[in-house]
Write a protein that binds this ligand. Structure first.
Ligand code: HPA
Length: 251
């Protein structure tokens, strides 16, 4: 078991396909004013598996924010302000590695950031002290392990480790881009993993990613094109595994 904060035991940032946390009881909505502007929406705080959970839909509850317009700083700041010290980012991804096909769940251990033009640091403010955080291990190792143990306890298969390549979106990638990412060592591709992980580290929040594979990335599967309908169908199936994994994590 990892150490939890008193006020909020666990915060969950839901990605595509996860806009509400199923089974959250006694829920209240919290609008947090942040120095970085508006978060993606209200933080919903409630009880789940006997613990206090804070949930935030990364793209907004109606999926109106594309990945490059998500206010990652406001989101992390709001969760930290409410007392969250442990965050699980749930992210839809494309699979690059052959064993990371649709509906696979991965707990990545590395990141390569290909995004641009996003605010990547809380230091990116006039007069703020510049800090250079260690990011050799972009995810909190103890939380990653706890997540993998929880999945095992819940009887849900997850892959331990993999490199998450963060792209700008909102379009999917070209085959050449994915081929380059594969050569770089990426196993997964998604649009929202960064700067979220780095901002969590700046705030000294424990952070791990639960990556839900929605499709094979461009050129990695048999299809000539990637169907958005299929992406959402696979995501719905993989998303069903999230609450049981987190219920075990909270035990
Ligand atoms: N690329 C980037 N992000 C994604 C993908 C993809 O193929 N699938 C789901 N999120």
């Amino acid at each position: 078991m990892f150490e939890m904060s008193q006020t909020i035991d666990l915060a969950v940032i839901g990605g595509s396909g996860l806009y509400r946390f199923p089974g959250l009881e006694n829920a209240t909505r919290q609008r947090v004013d942040t120095p970085f502007g508006q978060a993606s929406g209200d933080v919903v705080v409630g009880d789940f598996a006997g613990r206090r959970i804070a949930f935030l839909a990364r793209h907004g509850e109606s999926h109106t924010l594309p990945p490059h317009r998500v206010n990652y700083r406001a989101n992390l700041w709001a969760l930290h302000h409410l007392g969250a010290r442990t965050v699980i980012g749930v992210n839809a991804v494309g699979g690059i590695r052959h064993d990371m096909g649709p509906r696979t769940i991965v707990v990545p251990d590395q990141v390569i950031d290909y995004t641009h033009g996003r605010y990547t640091s809380f230091c990116d403010v006039e007069g703020a002290e510049v800090r250079h955080i260690d990011f050799s291990e972009p995810y909190t190792a103890s939380l990653r392990m706890a997540l993998i143990d929880a999945a095992t306890q819940a009887g849900i298969a997850v892959i331990d480790g993999g490199c998450y390549g963060a792209t700008q979106g909102p379009r999917l990638e070209t085959r050449a881009e994915i081929a380059r990412m594969k050569r770089d060592g990426c196993d997964l591709v998604g649009m929202t993993g960064m700067p979220e992980a780095a901002l969590a580290r700046e705030l000294e929040i424990g952070y791990a990613c639960l990556a839900l594979v929605a499709n094979f990335a461009a050129g990695c599967g048999d299809e000539a094109e990637i169907s958005i309908e299929e992406i959402f169908a696979h995501l719905a199936a993989a998303t069903a595994a999230v609450p049981p994994i987190l219920a075990e994590l909270l035990k």
